[in-house]
Design a protein around this ligand. Structure first.
Ligand code: BG6
Length: 476
């Protein structure tokens, strides 16, 4: 029983990034503004008002970054395309310079035998579409998103096998329409569910189109999966955990995998008057766009308990890096979050739970029978550069090692895990937390304030992951 399965030879040892968080060059070569370019300019929205105008300047240093990936021996690199580089206004004529940038990047990766994994949408919606019809708030987004995705399939489908449709639909809609922490900064429960419905239909429509345009490719969404635990074995807490798993996870994953909304959650939301408006045609589209894999961004589990009818609704999130400053959130009568006393947390109060990854992988495998691509997992920390330029990030190595072991255990349990992309390859801009919260194998000399040389430095974790890849996971 204790014998662990070996990682398959085809295992995609990877790392990931997102356009807004690395590229910079926010107005160059015909790029249009995204909702993030606008949002970060509103005072008080991000840590010290940090923007992605320069980010880590990957737009100008991509060759150097890919050379580092090649030196590490990376098998796969997941990156996202900025919609606004291709279509500055979100639609219309394609900008050839935008296309050329990603074309060269893909070719360079392939030259080094690095499998590109292309994320179509990682939150940087064209501002023009937000202005014209409210972006995800309108059904019109479905066709514009599909058109954008088809442009990519036609341009890169001959060389790119792996595709991710939407990154963390549950997060960008939740923080955008429930917590007002991401653009467009609203709190509107009904809108939140409607936006999600349109996004799910857009996701399915793009997948259906992918089947025709890239018949040999593999495509799936990346879902931010936080498996839910009950706080105690009190039946009321177990029920709260069932409720949370259905409302916070199945609500998206059932739709992706089966084209169906979960039944209890649907009737609950209908009673609350916030269920989305859905047409027969939408339901048919949802059924027509089933993914090849479930992409999972795994950072933490969540623990919940019973929430009385007059209980907690929405608490604060820690964006400061000061431990213990986040608060419980919940839905009265349904569940509320609790702090798990058995888990350590990061400086941003994210629970560190490798066993939760094994549990989550097994839940997905049992419920949906789909292969899983871990499209993100990693540790955000304050890294320190020693006088000799070394970055001793042993905490990151420990974190990643324990999660890789959990994957190996899940593989041994029979789960089909096809790859593991750490978050992130180089340091990058954390949406709300500036550059202080670092995730990379490669340190980038970039900070919230002042001008910096953006020099790349390999951290200890770089050499460690290099060895993990070389030995196909035998040396951890
Ligand atoms: C995921 C996102 O939610 O988590 C990434 O897909 C993000 O884009 C990552 O950077 C870490 O989040 P944060 O808030 O620590 O930057």
């Amino acid at each position: 029983y204790n014998e662990l399965a070996a990682f398959p030879d085809t295992f995609l040892w990877g790392s990931a990034s997102a356009a807004y968080q690395i590229e910079g060059a926010w107005k160059e070569d015909g790029k249009g503004a995204s909702i993030w370019d606008t949002f970060v300019r509103i005072p008080g929205k991000t840590f010290k008002g940090t923007t992605g105008d320069v980010a880590v300047d990957h737009y100008h240093r991509w060759k150097e970054d890919v050379a580092l990936m090649a030196e590490m021996g990376l098998k796969a690199y997941r990156f996202s395309i900025a919609w606004t580089r291709l279509f500055p206004e979100g639609k219309g004529e394609v900008n050839p310079k935008g296309l050329a940038f990603y074309d060269e990047l893909i070719n360079e990766l392939l030259k080094h035998q690095i499998e590109p994994i292309v994320t179509i949408y990682h939150w940087d919606l064209p501002q023009a579409l937000q202005d014209e019809y409210g972006g995800w708030e309108s059904r019109r987004i479905i066709d514009d998103f599909t058109h954008y995705a088809e442009t990519l399939f036609k341009a890169f489908g001959d060389r790119v096998t792996y595709w991710v449709t939407l990154n963390e639909q549950n997060i960008f809609t939740g923080l955008g329409y429930r917590q007002a922490m991401h653009p467009p900064g609203r709190i509107d429960e009904k809108q939140f569910y409607q936006v999600n419905h349109y996004a799910s239909v857009a996701n399915a429509k793009a997948i259906a189109s992918f089947r025709k345009l890239v018949p040999h490719g593999k495509i799936g969404p990346s879902f931010a999966y936080g498996p839910v635990y009950p706080y105690t074995c009190k039946p009321e807490d177990i029920l709260a955990a069932e409720n949370a798993e259905e409302l916070s996870n199945h609500w998206w994953m059932d739709v992706y995998a089966w084209g169906e909304y979960p039944k209890w959650a649907w009737s609950y939301l209908e009673k609350q008057g916030v269920a989305p408006e859905v047409t027969e045609e939408d339901l048919a589209i949802l059924k027509s766009g089933i993914p090849d894999f479930m992409g999972v961004n795994y950072y933490q589990t969540s623990t919940v308990e019973k929430n009385p009818l007059d209980g907690v609704t929405s608490g604060k999130f820690n964006t400061s890096g000061k431990k213990g400053t986040s608060e419980a959130t919940g839905t009265p009568g349904v569940f509320k979050t609790a702090f798990n006393p058995h888990l350590e947390t990061t400086n941003w109060d994210w629970e560190i739970d490798p066993v939760g990854l094994r549990i989550g992988l097994r839940r997905i495998h049992n419920r949906y029978g789909l292969p899983v691509l871990i499209s993100e997992n990693g540790l955000g920390e304050f890294d320190k550069v020693d006088e000799d330029g070394r970055i001793q990030d042993t905490y990151r190595i420990d974190y990643l090692r324990s999660h890789i072991i959990a994957i190996q255990e899940a593989l041994s349990d029979g789960v089909d895990v096809i790859g593991y992309c750490t978050w992130s390859f180089t340091d990058l801009l954390s949406w709300l937390n500036g550059f202080q919260k670092r995730y990379g194998f490669v340190y980038v000399n970039q900070h919230e304030e002042g001008k910096h040389d953006l020099k790349r430095l390999k951290k200890d974790s770089f050499y460690w992951y290099q060895r993990v890849i070389q030995t196909n996971g035998d040396t951890l």
